[in-house]
Design a protein around this ligand. Structure first.
Ligand SMILES: NC(=O)c1ccc[n+]([C@@H]2O[C@H](COP(=O)([O-])OP(=O)(O)OC[C@H]3O[C@@H](n4cnc5c(N)ncnc54)[C@H](O)[C@@H]3O)[C@@H](O)[C@H]2O)c1
Length: 327
C-alpha cells in the first residue's frame, strides 16, 4: 500500500500497544492533540503506569485496557469492540529485564508484533507503525550508524527487536501491508520508569539521589549514548507517519554523544548532589557507543531537537516533583 492511501491521524481510531509506558503515553497525548477520533491503549503495566494516561483519559478520547498484547485473544476483543485503522506498537519489556528473563524479553518483542501483523494481514486495520530500537545495531561497526548499519544485537532484548523488524519487513514484502519502522535511540524525559532494576540511568540516578541512596556508575562510564528528548521523538513519529513508505525504517536520534560519566555529572549539578558515586563492574554486552546518523529523518520531516541541557533540566524537575522521598 502507498502512503498516499494511509489514513491520517486526525479522525482515526488508533491502538497504541504499551501506551501506558514512557514513549507510548507521550505518543497517546500527541495523537489526541492531533485530532485522533479515539485512542485505545493496551498495556499490561509491566513497567507502564496508568497515571501516565491521566491527561489522555481526561479528554474522553482514550480507553485503557490493562491486558497483555502477547495474547492474541486480548487483541481480538479490542478489535471487535473498537474501529481501529492505525496501530502504534510500543509494547516491550525493558532491556534490563533480558538479563533476568532473556527468553521472555525476546518473546514479548516478537510475539506482540506477530499478533499485530496477523490481524493486519486479515484486514483488521490499515497501517502499523512499529517501534524498533538502536539496540539492534549493537556496538558500531562504522559511525555514524545509518539505517543500513548491520544488525548485531548483543542482548536477547535487542535480538527480539531485530527479529521483530525482520518480521515487519517480510510481511510488507509478502502481503503488501502498510507497515513502517521507527528506530529511536536513547530517549529521556518525564514519565520514564524510575522504579527498580528496570529503570534507565537518568531516572534511577534521580530516584537514588532523591531517596538518599548512593548513585552508581558501571565501569569507567566511558560508554556513550545519543540521548533524545521524548517529545522530539513523538513529534518525529507523527510526522513520519505521513511520509515514510511502507517497509522503510528511519533512525530517530540526535547528534549529541554523552558519556555516562558526564551524564551523571550533569545530573549531580542539576540536583545539587555532592556525595559519592558507587563504582560497579562493567556490564557484559553493554554496547560501547551509539553514534547515530539522523540524515534520513532530517530529509523527511521538520526535525526539531531540544537542547540536551534544556531537556535534562525539565526531566529532573519532573522527577523531583513526582518521586516522593521514601526516607
Ligand atoms: N526509551 C528508549 O530509550 C527507547 C529507545 C529505543 C527504542 N525504544 C522503543 O520504544 C518503545 C517504547 O519504549 P518505552 O521506552 O516507552 O518503554 P516502556 O517500558 O516505558 O513502555 C513499554 C510498555 O509496554 C508495556 N508492556 C510490556 N509487555 C507488554 C505486553 N505483553 N502487553 C502489553 N503491554 C506490554 C509496559 O508495561 C510498558 O508500559 C519500545 O518498543 C522500545 O523498544 C525505546
Amino acid at each position: 500500500m502507498k502512503r498516499e492511501n494511509r489514513p491520517s491521524i486526525a479522525g482515526a481510531g488508533i491502538l497504541v500497544t504499551g501506551g501506558a509506558g514512557f514513549i507510548g503515553s507521550h505518543l497517546v497525548d500527541k495523537l489526541i492533540s492531533l485530532g485522533a477520533a479515539h485512542v485505545v491503549v493496551i498495556d499490561n503495566l509491566f513497567t507502564g503506569d496508568e497515571s501516565n494516561l491521566a491527561s489522555a483519559v481526561a479528554t474522553g478520547k482514550c480507553t485503557f485496557y490493562k491486558d497483555d498484547a502477547e495474547f492474541s485473544t486480548s487483541l481480538d476483543y479490542i478489535f471487535a469492540k473498537h474501529a481501529i485503522e492505525l496501530v502504534f506498537n510500543c509494547a516491550t519489556k525493558a532491556l534490563n529485564y533480558s538479563f533476568v528473563n532473556p527468553a521472555n524479553a525476546f518473546q514479548t518483542n516478537t510475539t506482540v508484533v506477530l499478533n499485530l501483523l496477523e490481524i493486519q494481514r486479515r484486514g483488521g486495520f490499515k497501517t502499523l507503525c512499529h517501534f524498533s530500537t538502536s539496540e539492534v545495531y549493537g556496538t558500531a561497526v562504522y559511525e555514524p550508524m545509518d539505517e543500513a548499519h548491520p544488525k548485531n544485537p548483543t542482548t536477547t532484548y535487542a535480538a527480539g527487536k531485530a527479529a521483530a523488524d525482520h518480521a515487519v519487513e517480510s510481511y510488507v514484502k509478502m502481503f503488501d501491508l502498510d507497515a513502517y519502522i521507527v528506530r529511536p535511540f536513547n530517549n529521556y524525559g518525564p514519565r520514564q520508569n524510575y522504579k527498580g532494576y528496570l529503570a534507565g540511568i537518568i531516572p534511577i540516578t534521580a530516584f537514588r539521589i532523591l531517596n538518599g541512596i548512593t548513585p552508581e556508575l558501571h565501569g569507567e562510564g566511558l560508554q556513550t549514548r545519543d540521548f533524545i528528548y521524548v517529545q522530539d521523538t513523538v513529534d518525529a513519529v507523527v510526522q513520519l507517519h505521513n511520509v515514510l513508505p511502507a517497509g522503510e525504517t528511519v533512525n530517530i536520534s540526535t547528534d549529541n554523544q554523552i558519556s555516562m560519566r558526564d551524564l551523571l555529572q550533569q545530573i549531580f549539578t542539576l540536583m545539587n548532589y555532592q556525595g559519592e558515586v558507587a563504582r560497579k563492574p562493567e556490564r557484559k554486552s553493554d554496547v560501547l557507543c551509539h553514534n547515530a546518523s539522523n540524515e534520513k529523518v532530517h530529509g523527511l520531516i521538520e526535525y526539531h531537537l531540544t537542547p540536551f541541557d534544556e531537556g535534562l533540566a525539565k526531566t529532573i524537575a519532573w522527577y523531583q516533583q513526582t518521586i516522593k522521598r521514601s526516607a
